[in-house]
Design a protein around this ligand. Structure first.
Ligand code: DP6
Length: 333
């Protein structure tokens, strides 16, 4: 009744923002992401009749009650499916520094899904794992897979067709991402809260949902053709469309800080100098910069000149979530 799994985080190129059902966590739009090799979560779970409560340790620290409750609700689904009634102890470690302000719910819930289902003796397909991970966090459904991944919006009320599938594996197209850390503070408005406020108050929300299929269709084709310029352009477009939408909520949601904006302008300046480089940003101030291997060093050098940047992580594309032996766990507190 114990298992350990690891899952990489992912970055959406075509963004998920909005839910059609909050209880089942069904997205209002599909999304397309890339899974990142160097940023991952390793999670060990043990179910035991000895435990009176679920407990959670994040990077060696006892987690707050709100986080434990979220995990508990998730584990209830595993308990229901497996008929194992026991409480669990969960130990989860991110290999990226705590407080880097990087979203960890994607890798966190993907690793927990794989570890918890194994520990409870469930033998689930990747599709079933993705559906389960979605209940923890929408973006986690994508981290079950490596490389280029599409989250299908689905139509069914019960969410049985709302899961991710792999479009191409991590070796298909050698791209790099630079994760530019511009703040080490925890974000003010979480994605769930931000999405709900946007859906309730933005006058543009309907158009966002309506126009999403077009972006997904284009991106699938671009990935098939391996056209980097088009991939970058469309990723930036989807990112700015999502942030413009969030800003149009009431009160408007602004995830960027001054340095995020400086990085955006720097990327565009580099492009004017014929360096193919693009950005995308999730629900926070960190900027994810996308490039091909030949330009990686020059881009990193140029970005390092910006004063407000705290750190830059470089990563290629990585694989899907998997079970690992205990001996392989890396703890990096
Ligand atoms: C901006 O997956 O964190 O990163 O389903 O409510 O847990 P919940 O949301 P989450 O949202 C991610 C939003 C995003 C875009 C994306 O990853 O597609």
């Amino acid at each position: 009744m114990e298992a350990t799994a690891t899952a990489n985080t992912n970055i959406a190129l075509i963004k998920y923002w909005g839910k059609r059902n909050s209880d089942l966590n069904l997205p209002a739009v599909g999304s397309i992401s890339v899974t990142l090799k160097e940023l991952y979560t390793t999670t060990t779970i043990q179910f035991s009749p000895e435990f009176k409560f679920d407990s959670l340790f994040l990077n060696g620290q006892k987690a707050d009650q709100k986080k434990i409750d979220r995990i508990s609700r998730f584990l209830d689904m595993i308990r229901e499916k497996s008929k194992i009634p026991h409480r669990a102890e969960v130990k989860s470690n991110n290999n990226f520094p705590t407080g880097a302000g990087l979203a960890s719910s994607a890798s966190g819930f993907a690793a927990l899904t794989v570890a918890a289902s194994k520990a409870a003796g469930l033998d689930l397909s990747e599709k079933e794992l993705s559906i389960l991970a979605r209940r923890g966090s929408g973006s986690a459904a994508r981290s079950i897979f490596g490389g280029f991944v599409e989250m299908n919006v689905g139509e069914k009320q019960d969410g049985s067709d709302s899961y991710a599938t792999q479009l191409a594996d991590e070796n298909y197209w050698p791209l790099y991402l630079l994760i530019v850390i511009t703040s080490e503070q925890e974000k003010q408005i979480g994605s769930t809260q931000g999405m709900n406020l946007t859906a309730e108050t933005s006058p543009y929300y309907h158009n966002w949902v309506q126009s999403s299929e077009k972006d997904l269709t284009k991106m699938r084709k671009i990935i098939q053709e391996r056209n980097f310029e088009k991939l970058g352009q469309l990723s930036e477009y989807s990112c700015l469309k999502m942030h413009g939408l969030a800003m149009s909520a009431n009160p408007g949601i602004i995830y960027w800080n001054g340095t995020s904006v400086e990085v955006i302008h720097k990327i565009r300046e580099l492009r004017q100098n014929n360096i193919l480089v693009y950005f995308t940003i999730d629900a926070g101030p960190q900027v994810k910069v996308i490039c091909e291997p030949n330009n990686l060093n020059i881009i990193k050098e140029e970005l390092e000149k910006i004063n407000g940047i705290k750190n830059i992580f470089v990563t290629s594309l990585g694989s899907g979530a998997k079970l690992i032996g205990r001996e392989k766990i890396e703890y990096s507190n």
